[in-house]
Design a protein around this ligand. Structure first.
Ligand code: HEC
Length: 181
């Protein structure tokens, strides 16, 4: 009986060891697979969740300084326009003195020369703008007559109207020069 008992116990131990061995191997496999697979999926998931959040935070930042610059530029140009119009109106008041030459000059200016000299188109010295006219006036009135009658760069001869007499053109030059003094 003792022999059969011990052989039965031995075979039982063998079965138990085999079962334990299989369980250990299965547990190790599961542990190794979970180590390999878990960090990979979690990394890609984190990257997917972070990417859209990061792009939303970054894009609005460069827009803020650019809008600030354009608003300061707009106010600066608005201030320039205000100073231009005030200088024009003061120039008109100064040229009230009326004689025939002034009337001819005014008519000629309003018919022809205003097209460029009121707006400053093509870089023309603006009517009544002392800054624009000071270096021109410094050339002497005869140089200005000559430029107005014969043309200069973008300034066409007689303002592009050859039917004007020299006297009319000179009167218009006098009118603009007086307004800018
Ligand atoms: C088509 C546009 C235009 C018209 C019209 C025009 N001008 Fe001009 N004028 C100019 C421009 C541009 C200049 C600046 C030329 C330069 O110095 O390069 C100028 C400059 C002048 C100057 C300064 C010249 C100098 O030597 O510095 C006088 C004076 C002048 N114009 C008179 C007149 C008179 C008078 C009329 C009308 C009969 C007239 N302009 C019509 C565009 C025009």
């Amino acid at each position: 009986m003792s022999n059969t008992n011990s052989s039965f116990l031995n075979s039982l131990k063998g079965i138990l060891l085999t079962v334990v061995g299989i369980v250990v191997v299965l547990l190790l496999q599961h542990f190794v697979f979970s180590l390999k697979s878990q960090p990979q999926t979690s990394n890609t998931e984190i990257e997917k969740r972070i990417q859209p959040l990061a792009s939303v935070v970054i894009t609005p930042l460069p827009k803020q300084p650019s809008t600030a610059v354009t608003t300061t530029e707009a106010t600066a140009s608005a201030q320039n326009k205000v100073s231009d119009t005030t200088s024009t109106s003061s120039g008109t008041k100064e040229s009230v003195a009326s004689n025939d030459n002034t009337q001819v000059g005014k008519k000629t200016f309003e018919a022809i020369c205003t097209g460029c000299h009121s707006s400053g188109a093509l870089g023309a010295p603006k009517f009544g703008n002392k800054k624009d006219w000071a270096p021109r006036i410094a050339q002497g009135i005869n140089a200005l007559y000559h430029s107005a009658i014969n043309g200069k760069n973008s300034m066409p001869a007689k303002g592009g109207n050859p039917s004007l007499t020299d006297a009319e053109v000179k009167a218009a030059v006098d009118y603009m020069v007086t307004a800018a003094k």
